[in-house]
Design a protein around this ligand. Structure first.
Ligand SMILES: NC(=O)C1=CN([C@@H]2O[C@H](COP(=O)(O)OP(=O)(O)OC[C@H]3O[C@@H](n4cnc5c(N)ncnc54)[C@H](O)[C@@H]3O)[C@@H](O)[C@H]2O)C=CC1
Ligand SMILES: O=C(O)CCC(=O)C(=O)O
Length: 524
């Protein structure tokens, strides 16, 4: 049974496929309410209320995936998720329209004082002169962060006859042209916009992008909006410019601390607020819950996820093509790790042939996870393999080569360790399977599975017979056997496969022969 914890309120219609799955047990409770069972859950679904911290990852020892029903993942410690090998996914476009519409509603309300006027009329006042507003028509709207939501706002602003100024360092010329806007510098936007709205993620570079100093550069009487994340507009800086009358008004859906506690911003008549409602429509909630549910089901079924924050994004088609190499790479990493029982400083992976055209970074991570999984006692997977390698001082690299070894595809891993290097080559043959085709300078051909014995020896008469006899004396049946050598009478290797693991006494007994250089038992 797979256990999924849904810890924030979510559209039950969107969650239905998870609720309907017979093999999945869905618990809809807050994290605090299941404190003693946290270790049971395979998946966690959240909106923005649940804080997914390092401490929570430590308690959720079985967790494999966190799904964020929404865009912003600032409530999830992505670094901690990556370290714990937990995939983080979000629902990037399900609430775009709702948030763009909310921002527009806030903008119109702010400039026409609708919330303030509403309160007075309901209090039996009829004071029309107190609420003279400002038109949106022909005003310059500055949009900071021109992604999905910023783009939708621009489309609506154009219909209202507004001029649009955009600042987004990552905006491509193509996308700007397609929507018909031009990118300007932050300073140009600040000095020319009548209204400024922010739509970036909350990251180091955007925290406080509008602050005491930058707001001072804006036009006197500017209106500011934040329907993205609290902290993108620095609250102290905004308060300063509301008090000195530089800012004519602000519309805020989000706050540095939510819900806001003793927040001075709530005292200003010209500040209108909503309780983080950008994505709160029936449509958006259905969209994000359905998107994230489908992704979780795919993931739990071993299918690719398309909106991961800490894994390369793969389409189903690409994922299917990568699968054979993913499994081969994982096994190759594992074999190398078991053959190199010394500290390792570097892992270099090379791709040749058709495999080089795929998303090799994913295959590299699979190889690293196979390598590290055999030598560390924590969960290692494609999510955290790179991070764990770095933490352990192991550098890794990948290279595409145009070498022509004759194989349709070839993966080669070279591992450099204390006084020892090791090279392994593998290929995948369609309809036939994975093959290891080279160890160090030797050509060989075996199927990497089960219990193997790798023997380096002298190419002399009687060695193979002696190995067979020792194994036979211990009632060990040899399932398959491959040999390889470089030259007659020189160094040689054997790879034997068995139906059951070998015990250490047997490998020590074989290693004691003079013409046997080394014996390594490999379990896959
Ligand atoms: N109030 C609410 O309920 C909601 C809030 N949000 C917030 O809105 C934000 C934006 O959402 P989307 O448009 O879907 O995200 P997006 O990823 O499509 O767009 C973000 C844009 O910000 C730009 N950006 C990044 N760093 C920047 C910088 N230093 N300066 C200027 N631009 C920068 C990016 O290039 C990107 O184009 C989310 O990160 C989330 O925090 C999203 C949905 C609902
Ligand atoms: O879950 C919510 O309603 C908040 C949505 C949001 O802020 C986001 O998607 O980034």
């Amino acid at each position: 049974m797979i256990h999924v914890l849904v810890s924030d309120s979510m559209s039950s219609e969107g969650l239905q496929p998870l609720l309907d799955a017979a093999h999945i047990n869905v618990v809809q409770k807050k994290v605090e309410e299941v404190d003693h069972e946290l270790h049971l859950f395979d998946a966690l679904l959240v909106r923005s209320a649940t804080k997914v911290t390092e401490e929570l990852f430590e308690k959720m020892t079985n967790l494999k995936i966190v799904g964020r029903a929404g865009v912003g993942v600032d409530n999830i410690d992505i670094e901690a998720a990556t370290k714990h090998g937990v995939v983080v996914i979000n629902a990037p476009n399900g609430n775009t329209i709702s948030t763009a519409e909310h921002t527009f509603a806030m903008m119109a309300s702010l400039l026409r004082h609708i919330p303030q006027a509403n309160v007075t009329v309901k209090s039996n006042e009829w004071n029309r002169s107190a609420f003279v507003g400002t038109e949106l028509y022909s005003k310059s709207l500055g949009i900071i962060g021109f992604g999905r939501i910023g783009g939708e706002i621009a489309k609506r602003a154009r219909v209202f006859g507004m001029n649009i100024l955009v600042f987004d360092p990552f905006l491509t010329k193509d996308r700007a042209e397609k929507i018909g806007v031009s990118n300007c510098t932050l300073d140009e936007l600040l000095t020319n916009a009548d209204i400024i709205t922010v739509h970036t993620p909350l990251i180091k570079e955007t925290r406080g992008i509008l602050n005491k100093e930058t707001i001072a550069k804006t036009k006197k009487g500017v209106y500011l909006l934040n329907c993205a994340r609290g902290g993108i507009i620095d609250e102290a800086g905004l308060i300063h410019h509301l008090e000195n009358g530089h800012v004519a008004g602000a519309a805020l859906d989000v706050f540095e601390v939510e819900p806001p506690v003793n927040n001075k911003l709530l005292k200003f008549d010209n500040v209108i607020v909503t309780p983080h409602l950008g994505a709160s429509t029936k449509e958006a909630q259905l969209n994000v819950a359905a998107q994230v549910t489908q992704e979780i089901l795919n993931f739990l079924d071993g299918k690719p996820v398309t909106s991961s924050i800490n894994l390369p994004t793969l389409t189903k088609e690409l994922f299917d093509k990568i699968q054979p190499f993913y499994h081969l790479a994982k096994k190759m990493g594992n074999i190398v790790s078991q053959c190199m029982k010394v500290p390792v400083q570097e892992v270099a992976i090379q791709y040749e042939g058709s495999v080089a055209e795929l998303e090799t970074s994913f295959i590299t991570k699979a190889l690293l996870s196979g390598f590290l999984g055999a030598r560390v006692d924590i969960t290692v997977n494609e999510v955290n393999a790179g991070m764990i390698a770095k933490e352990r001082g192991i550098s890794f690299s990948e290279k595409i080569t145009s070498n022509n070894s004759g194989y349709e595809n070839l993966l080669e891993v070279k591992v450099f360790g204390d006084n020892q290097n090791f090279v392994l080559r593998g290929t995948h043959v369609p309809h036939y399977g994975e093959r290891i085709v080279g160890i160090n300078d030797f050509n060989i051909d075996f199927y990497p599975t089960g219990h193997l014995l790798y023997i380096q020896h002298q190419d002399k008469p009687g060695v193979i017979g002696r190995v067979g006899k020792v194994l036979g004396d211990h009632e060990v049946n040899i399932a398959t056997m491959q040999v390889g050598r470089k030259e007659k009478g020189g160094e040689a290797i054997m790879m034997l496969a068995f139906d059951r693991p070998l015990d250490d006494t047997l490998t020590s007994q074989l290693a004691a022969y003079d013409d046997i250089v080394s014996v390594k038992s490999i379990d896959l």
